[in-house]
Unconditional design. Structure first.
Length: 213
């Protein structure tokens, strides 16, 4: 009986420890990293935006840091989109994977929605006249599923920088986006620094309310 009691005790203790670790990990994953930005429409930011600008952000989400660390020389950002200004309304066209489901796809969202989870943003402008075609071309890709395989050879699905990649191949083929090789997957991917640290783009705006994070 004593042995049975001890076994039951260890099994029960193991279950409790597992539950505590699971809850702790869940809290860690969903807990925001830093404070979201608070940008008012009167801020300088809105005055500098142009149709076809590239907007990069680092969000408060757990996985944002994982994506930012794929960059080697500039780890400030984890996601990007393309600014579209139409009839005075500013939107962002971007490919975002947030659920891991088939519902993730290239979409056009209000700028305020894109900024809602941002704790850091940068705006970049392609050095060339072809940028005025970026947003209109990006519209053609809305509805395309998010590329959870991160496969640059398959354009039937797209991740954020891959969206920019396929557009530039069409309208500005001289603009090159650097890639990094991931040994774990054996694939080349396009990190955010392909925009933020590139001779083909100029930084026109940057703000970070959480320096050092």
């Amino acid at each position: 009986m004593k042995i049975t009691h001890n076994r039951n005790f260890y099994v029960f203790s193991g279950i409790i420890i597992f539950m505590v670790l699971a809850v702790s990990m869940s809290v860690y994953i969903i807990m925001p990293r830093g404070r979201p930005l608070k940008i008012e429409k009167t801020d300088e930011f809105f005055g500098i935006l142009e149709d076809g600008d590239i907007i990069c952000r680092l969000a408060v989400r757990f996985w944002s840091e994982l994506f930012s660390n794929l960059s080697v020389t500039d780890k400030r950002f984890s996601h990007m989109g393309i600014i579209r200004i139409h009839n005075g309304i500013v939107t962002v066209i971007h490919a975002e994977g947030s659920t891991g489901r088939e519902t993730d796809y290239v979409s056009e969202v209000p700028l305020a929605e894109f900024l809602q989870v941002a704790r850091r943003i940068g705006v970049y402008r392609i050095n060339g006249a072809g940028r005025n075609q970026l947003a209109q071309t990006a519209l053609e890709y809305t509805g395309i599923p998010f590329d959870w395989q991160f496969d640059m050879d398959d354009e039937s699905k797209l991740y954020c920088t891959e969206l920019l990649y396929v557009i530039l191949k069409r309208i500005m083929p001289d603009v090159k986006l650097n890639t990094v090789y991931l040994e774990k997957t054996g694939k080349e991917i396009i990190p955010l620094e392909a925009v933020s640290n590139s001779e083909f783009f100029s930084e026109v705006y940057f703000i970070d309310n959480n320096p050092g994070l």
